[in-house]
Write a protein that binds this ligand. Structure first.
Ligand code: V47
Length: 368
């Protein structure tokens, strides 16, 4: 922490007081934090909260990402991953392909398999149930974190059933948790510019509410650093905070800095390192009821993600193995990290690495 005079001088005196007393920040506080030129001052407040919640622990997970298809009816302008059905580069994995991907990493002690894809026009719902079943069969010890709220709405529409029924059937097929993707920025202004075909922000929140009420925990994301305003970021964070007050179902928040290659968002420079760190810190400070904050190294780069552990983040995500969504959009990070690599980065950052599962329960490593 800086001395109180420094916070006063930066116009953060009242906010510092609230943080120390564990009181909730309002939108005006968020605006003041974003406007503060001293990223270290903002970060020090977030670090105070992070340390209160998690001490010097930094979590990681041994996981594998599997994208079952990039064929998508939505065509979001920021996305470099999606393809139309007959377009070059379009792919769709069979159950056998999914199992093959798992087999290739059989040696990894996975606790999480993260499965997402595009909104495919005509794959039957039984395909998704089938994939979950196969992954569970091959990896009975791993939790399945699969399908964003956007995919859930899409399955329901295609199949002519309710989103509740979709969730119930996926749960029966082995779904343990849902990832936080597809949230983008809830602002209707931004959605009409960047992803007009996609589920609205309000509907994304409604599906998460439904999942939480059914006992399905989820994560949440925010895509930033494109054409959104700071006010729109704050509205997004506060909408998540409000739903979390109601359901308590969000486990981890993941800010996703926009990657600018190979997509249709033109003339946007992307976020800078300081902006990424400030965004991380403000997220930690505003989201006082979401326990975990992920420094997603794929989008941030490994080096900045390491620094972000001092700006509010307590999680480093994991091994990942094969990542497509960020890398197809120009992410410069590695494709995968090893346990040793993750632990080294965390330790050299001055934190204690702790392996977790998708619910942030500690994993006890045999003979470890
Ligand atoms: O939903 C798409 C975003 C998300 C770009 O829940 C982009 O544990 C940046 O949600 N630049 C997928 N981002 C990633 C995601 C995620 C990752 C890791 C863990 C979890 C979790 C969730 O990536 C998409 C979309 O919001 N995205 N294009 C882009 N150009």
């Amino acid at each position: 922490m800086l001395d109180s005079k420094s916070y006063e001088r930066l116009g953060l005196g009242a906010i510092c007081q609230k943080v120390l007393e564990g009181r909730r920040l309002d939108r005006e506080d968020g605006e003041r934090l974003f406007a503060c030129p001293d990223v270290v001052a903002v970060g020090s407040l977030a670090h105070q909260v992070r340390t209160r919640l998690h001490g010097d622990t930094a979590y990681y997970v041994i996981n594998q990402h599997i994208n079952y298809s990039n064929i998508c009816v939505n065509g979001c302008r920021f996305c470099a991953f999606h393809r139309k059905k007959d377009e070059e580069g379009a792919f769709q994995l069979s159950e056998a392909d999914v199992v093959q991907k798992l087999k290739e990493r059989e040696h990894l002690p996975l606790t999480e398999v993260h499965i997402v894809g595009g909104c495919h026009p005509d794959l039957p719902f039984s395909y998704f149930e089938g994939i979950l079943g196969k992954v569970k069969e091959f990896r009975p010890q791993a939790y399945l974190k699969a399908f964003t709220a956007v995919e859930i709405a899409h399955f329901a529409r295609n199949e002519g059933i309710s989103t509740q029924e979709v969730l119930l059937r996926l749960k029966a097929a082995g779904l343990d948790m849902m990832p936080g993707g597809g949230a983008e920025i809830f602002s209707p202004r931004i959605r009409s510019l960047l992803c007009p075909e996609k589920l609205s922000g309000e509907s994304w929140l409604n599906i998460m509410r439904e999942a939480h009420r059914m006992g399905i925990k989820t994560n949440a994301t925010m895509l930033y650093g494109h054409v959104e305003t700071v006010g729109e970021r704050l509205e997004h964070l506060m909408a998540l905070r409000e739903l979390q007050d109601e359901t308590g179902g969000f486990v981890c928040f993941i800010p996703l800095p926009f990657q600018k290659s190979n997509n249709q968002v033109q003339g946007v420079a992307g976020s800078t390192g300081v902006e990424d760190l400030k965004n991380m810190a403000v997220s930690r400070l505003m989201l006082d009821n979401i326990p975990h904050l992920k420094a997603y190294w794929v989008m941030l780069t490994v080096k900045l993600a390491q620094v972000a552990l001092y700006f509010g983040a307590d999680d480093f995500d994991g091994t990942i193995v094969e990542e497509k969504i960020g890398h197809m959009a120009g992410a410069e990070s590695e494709q995968a990290l090893t346990r040793a690599g993750l632990e080294r980065i965390i330790r050299e950052g001055g934190f204690q690495p702790v392996e977790r599962n998708c619910f942030f329960e500690r994993v006890h490593i045999a003979n470890g």
